[in-house]
Design a protein around this ligand. Structure first.
Ligand code: BES
Ligand code: ZN
Ligand code: ZN
Length: 487
């Protein structure tokens, strides 16, 4: 998809289709040229309501307000509404919230995210036909916009939305086609394209690094486990951030086998690791002036004679012993070792992990929202705010000392599941906390993306399937860290 910014009024731009947003039901605005027709068609202008006037080659989409999340979703809806239509080019005016060009970024992100289709396994490809979008700097409230600032935002939007779609592609790929070795080669290929370094640890090195817990989870699979380490290291970087991702290329539950229906969509258990790969791609392309490391534990959790078992006691990289009572609580075991490894390898100012860790997170906060845990309220707030500013949803869940006691074990240092039924997202977070060094506790936040990572019924800018949750959130957070450190 190509974007062009133009100082020419929309009227004078040639294109197959014009897209017009109706903001806050204001049909009197000069942009709305077909008021009567729209009324006749029963178009009320509600958020994400669309009306395509074929004869006029105009598409109207309702938007609640000029806030970025509303515009982003409406832009995605516009592209979804054009599915199957023949239009190849489109023109649109500029809509900003008090002149801030960030709205432009939101709109462009919406177009690219809304145009996404995953058709690898379809014999007939139904690609989005819109190739060229001209954005006129004719602004909704007649504000003067700086074309350079505007074009920077368009460029950033392209990088971020493309990285999100890249993550979606990895997650949507079947477990038959995307197993740990493949995930590692995807990371290596991306690293080569954008100029990152990529180190891949195979079982021999993993054994040497004493990552026995991670290895135990992957033991019954015919696909050997991998740990991937991506590095973005610009000169004179003043800040270092470590990202860790759960990359379960398939989670059958292991011997504590999932139900038939519970297993469907478990190709999405690699969403955290895939998000880290996408974030690293965007970080490199944006050339952010901070050091960023991405660590991914790529493992397949299967059954077989060699499988790890409930009743086993495993030893994690930091020497802690773990009583296994459920092999389906495997993500925390993989992350335990990768978190230890990441802390050994890099001295970071912040550590964030991404994981589709618990069904309990979905029960607690719903399908649309990630839950954010940690020991430092400010770091948690940083993540929650970045999510909201980037078009994702997140909410903080607090640890407490009562839940902490529920992962005690009679025979080992800790148990991999809680002895109570409720609060499962928090007890999983508390388990991970056992693998964060004391001096790093305040720098760490755990992001459970189990709800929004994989979408059964399309919502917002997300189609069915992988959403790329975590990518936009973290890129926004890193960008904000950069600007805060400049002053
Ligand atoms: N990958 C799942 C969590 C999950 C569930 C992600 C649904 C997305 C949608 C994880 O490994 C798991 O199975 N967790 C168990 C933990 C339990 C055994 C303590 C769960 O949530 O049921
Ligand atoms: Zn599991
Ligand atoms: Zn899992």
């Amino acid at each position: 998809m190509n974007f062009e910014l133009s100082i020419v009024k929309t009227k004078e731009i040639e294109s197959d289709l014009e897209l017009i947003f109706v903001i806050g039901n204001d049909f009197k605005h000069r942009f709305v040229q077909d008021k009567k027709l729209l009324k006749k068609a029963g178009f009320s202008g509600a958020q994400d309501e669309t009306c395509l006037l074929i004869g006029k080659d105009r598409l109207y989409v309702g938007v609640e307000s000029l806030e970025s999340p509303a515009l982003r979703t409406a832009a995605a809806t516009a592209l979804k509404a054009l599915k199957g239509k023949k239009y190849k080019s489109m023109k649109v005016a500029t809509y900003t919230n008090k002149g801030c060009t960030y709205s432009l970024r939101a709109m462009v992100e919406g177009f690219i995210l809304g145009a996404y289709r995953f058709d690898t396994y379809k014999s007939k490809k139904n690609k989005n036909k819109i190739k060229d979008i001209v954005i006129s700097l004719d602004e909704y409230n007649n504000r003067e916009l700086d074309i350079e600032k505007a074009s920077i935002q368009v460029h950033k939007a392209q990088i971020i939305a493309d990285a999100t779609n890249f993550t979606r592609d990895i997650v949507n790929t079947t477990p038959e086609d995307c197993y740990p070795k493949v995930m590692a080669s995807i990371a290596e290929g991306m690293a080569e394209d954008v100029g990152l370094t990529c180190k891949v640890l195979k079982p021999k090195e993993l054994r040497k690094e004493k990552m026995e817990t991670l290895l135990a989870v992957g033991r019954a699979s015919r696909h050997r486990s991998r740990v991937i380490h991506l590095t973005h290291k610009p000169k004179n970087a003043k800040l270092t951030v470590t990202l860790v991702g759960k990359g379960l290329t398939y989670d059958s539950g292991g011997l504590s086998l999932k139900s038939g229906s519970g297993m469907v969509t478990m190709k999405s258990d690699k969403s955290g690791g895939s998000a880290v790969i996408g974030i690293m791609k965007a970080v490199a392309e944006l050339d952010l002036p901070i050091e960023v490391h991405g660590f991914i534990g790529a493992v397949e959790n299967m059954i077989g004679g060699d499988a790890y078992k409930p009743d086993d006691v495993l030893v994690a990289k930091n020497g802690k012993t773990i009583e296994i009572r459920n092999t389906d609580a495997e993500g925390r075991l993989v992350l335990a070792d990768v978190l230890c490894y990441a802390q050994q390898e890099v001295k970071a100012d912040y550590i964030f992990d991404f994981a589709t860790l618990t069904g309990a997170s979905v029960v607690a906060v719903g399908n649309y929202t990630s839950s954010i845990m940690g020991h430092n309220k400010e770091v948690q707030k940083l993540v929650v705010d970045s999510a909201h500013n980037s078009g994702e949803l997140a909410t903080a869940l607090d640890f407490n000392r009562y839940l902490k006691k529920t992962i005690k074990s009679e025979i080992a240092d800790i148990c991999n599941i809680s002895n109570v039924r409720y609060g499962g997202a928090i007890t999983a977070g508390l388990f991970l906390s056992e693998f964060i060094n004391k001096k790093h506790k305040e720098k760490w936040a755990h992001i459970d993306i189990a709800g929004p990572a994989f979408i059964e019924h399309a919502w917002g800018e997300n189609p069915h399937g992988a959403s790329g949750a975590g990518v936009r959130l973290m890129v926004k957070l890193l960008e904000d860290l950069v600007s805060k450190n400049k002053h």
